[in-house]
Write a protein that binds this ligand. Structure first.
Ligand SMILES: [Zn+2]
Length: 270
């Protein structure tokens, strides 16, 4: 009788938290500082054509952005923030690819995700994104749940931070079902905390959910990469063993045992 196998997050965890903040404005400095104090990871979706733009919501300069987002993920948000679903194809390609090129030149790694500017997307754009090297894209609609997306190119968060953030956090922390794999995903704009004068909300949230042994604090792309690695595991037909051909460890639960299947290793399951 072969083992019953389930995917776990790294180190056998079953809860993950990820954050997503757009537009690279000055208030991100305060937000990143709060995340860093509590070990929380975020993904920051940047418009590289708007760096340094002045105004009520001043945009970070390139130098500020490079210094600020260390340890977090930088991801695309198009070059200039158009309502992209209404743009010609040629312009869609330009807006995504030029943003990628600029961000990759600045940050030194491949940018493979994005969030849709103004929440604007279409089937046509979604079909193009994989050809532009984009592996996930966040929308503005939310689920109110802790489920994983069916479609990485239409990734819905659990909530915007204005949507009962602490209630969702309490539910998330209170869940005790290791047989499920759950994700809490929060999105927003840091300037909204200035506008609404409620920085204490995100302080309170990060203090409450941060620093917990049972939670994996991940960027958006780390979650995508982890699931892709899992999909590449090669299980034997009879589930006696599994081989991991990827460059990263994947953790599985085989009956009650948590097993790390390391890169390039074959592990016996029974
Ligand atoms: Zn935006």
């Amino acid at each position: 009788m072969s083992a019953k196998v389930h995917l776990c997050y790294p180190h056998g965890k079953y809860k993950a938290l990820t954050m997503s903040y757009d537009d690279a404005v000055e208030a991100d400095k305060r937000l990143v500082n709060i995340f860093n104090r509590h070990g929380i990871k975020g993904t920051f979706h940047l418009n590289s054509g708007l760096f340094g733009q002045a105004g009520a919501r001043r945009r970070l300069t390139e130098e500020e952005a490079v210094a600020l987002y260390q340890g977090h993920e930088v991801s695309a948000h198009t070059l200039t923030h158009p309502s992209i679903a209404r743009c010609p194809r040629e312009q869609m390609v330009h807006e995504v690819m030029e943003d990628r090129k600029n961000l990759e030149r600045l940050f030194g790694y491949t940018v493979r995700g994005m969030s849709y500017p103004n929440g604007s997307y279409s089937e046509q754009l979604k079909e193009m994104l994989p050809h532009l090297g984009i592996e996930y894209a966040r929308v503005v609609q939310t689920t109110g749940s802790f489920s994983l997306p069916d479609d990485w190119l239409e990734w819905k968060a659990t909530c915007h931070h204005k949507q009962q953030l602490m209630e969702h956090a309490e539910t998330f922390v209170g869940i005790d079902k290791p047989q499920h794999l759950i994700l809490m995903y929060v999105w927003g704009h840091s300037y909204e905390f200035d506008q609404d004068n409620n920085w204490e909300l995100i302080e309170q949230f990060c203090e409450f959910v941060g620093g917990r042994e049972e939670i994996w604090y991940a960027t958006n792309i780390e979650i995508v990469d982890y699931f892709k690695a899992y999909r590449q595991l090669r299980f034997s037909a009879g589930m006696e063993f599994v081989y991991n051909p990827t460059a990263q460890s994947v953790w599985i639960r085989a009956d009650e045992a948590v097993i790390e299947v390391k890169s390039g290793q074959q592990v016996t399951l029974v």
